[in-house]
Unconditional design. Sequence first.
Lengths: 244, 314
Amino acid sequence: MNERAGDTVNFDNVGLRYGTEPEVLSDLSFTLFPGSFYFLTGASGAGKTSLLKLLYLAQRPSRGGIRMFGKDMITLPREQLPTYRRRLGVVFQDFRLVKHLTAFDNVALPLRLASVPESELQKPVDDMLDWVGLSHRVKARPATMSGGEQQRVAIARAVIGRPDMLIADEPTGNVDPEMALKLLRLFEALNRLGTTVVVATHDVHLLKKVPESLIMRLNKGRLTDPTGALKFPPRSTGPMGGGQ
Amino acid sequence: MSTPPFATELADNTPAKAPGPLKGSAAALLVPQARLSGPIPWVIAIMIALVVIAAAGGLALNNLTGNARAELSGAVTIQITEANETLRKQKAATAAEVLTAQDIVASLRVVPEEELDEMLRPWLGDGAGNQDLPIPALIDVQLSSASGPQEIARLQAALDADVPGARVDAQSEWLQPVYSALSSLQYLALALIALLTFACAAAVWLAARSAFSNHKETVEIMHLLGGTDAQITRIFQRSVVRDAAFGGLVGLGLGAGAVWLLGRQFAALDSGMVAGGVLGMSDWIIIALIPLAGVALALITGRYTILIALRRML
Ligand SMILES: Nc1ncnc2c1ncn2[C@@H]1O[C@H](COP(=O)(O)OP(=O)(O)OP(=O)(O)O)[C@@H](O)[C@H]1O
Ligand SMILES: [Mg+2]
């Protein structure tokens, strides 16, 4: 069992600016509780991707404090970042598949980086590609795949290692509603295994599909909390996140 | 609904321990390479060839001076200037006796006049045997020790009493300018090797940087998926080492070939001095190690180039 002691994520008065531009994120203070399912919504340009970048450790904030898995991410030395990144699964808005790798090798990449032996990764990768409906595209490279197919490879890569936290940026933007629902079930299954899930989307229909989800809304870089859930531990989480 | 086929939980497999390097095939996939990445292996080959030639030259010079010095260090020449031929022969005989009595003299040889005439003929023509042109008598003496100023003075003193007009010269003395010229050449060879080493490192640095920027996107993705600097560096290291190994082998072939041809040409001169500069087994071993040193240099340069580039990323 992982140490899930403390909150998965804690933002304290975080601000982010790119270069000398005005802040794109301001005064963000919130807590993400272990094993919960969050949606992050907001208009285009509201700062969803920017907030997720802070979460998946691709960006350091301009100000404020960020704790993840009980550790201060601001003072964390650079060399220790990979340890924490390996606990995350990320679906990037622009997929970020390695161009010259096949679907199989892209999905296998996080496992290989974590030194999983080849003999142990063959079957899970094949099975996961099968599950997202890409068993016929195992050997295809990203350039030859449709947007929806690439997105599913990106999702398979994010969930394959059963991360402690899944961060998905518009993960259903390129697939039909039926596939979108199927992918959402994938995230829910992962969530039931204890993974904290954060999905950024501006598809309001999606929000209703996960009844127990909590909603964070970004408006011009500021967070509003329509359900009030960010301030208190969610009631409905099981033994994983309860008893804080 | 069936549970999706997640792999084993990574966080459980990988506690604080850093993951190991990527397996060969996985690493090769991540940074695919054309057979040889551009001109760099050839640049390295040329550098290594030049280093091999410079090193071979330096080593040959070293052998040459070493041999000559060893041969000449105990050699002394006695010159007896005397116009009268009979007297000259007499004096030479006396000098030989005096010298033989000295315990530091290992052996000596009075150089016969015909030999001297023969030696001088190219300069003096047929007049070499002419009695009007007195030639000094020469005695080659081999000392049992090196011919330092002390030994020279001792021989001179011993001769002065019985053989007036005899002059003792250490052969190494009049070769001194040759020695200093040879050692300057050796320093030149060393300086050339240092410059080439520097140029080689610069070439590898450029190659590593361009490989890195060509694959920046892949590197970023690896970073975001939790790849460590060590894992990423090692992938680039592989290709740098392969290029350097290719360049090293080709360079060694070219350089050693050139050295061998030059060696044959010098051997054809059939000069005693040049023969002293022949490369021995240990010299060839040193030359064979040059490509290895090149690969090591490339490895270190490439490694630090990539590590420094990575430091700039979060
Ligand atoms: N690398 C960057 N440099 C400068 N400005 C940036 C950068 N990335 C984002 N921005 C700016 O930050 C703001 C928020 O962008 P962000 O990508 O976070 O929005 P978003 O909510 O994800 O939008 P979308 O729904 O269209 O993906 C935008 O005004 C954008 O122009
Ligand atoms: Mg976005």
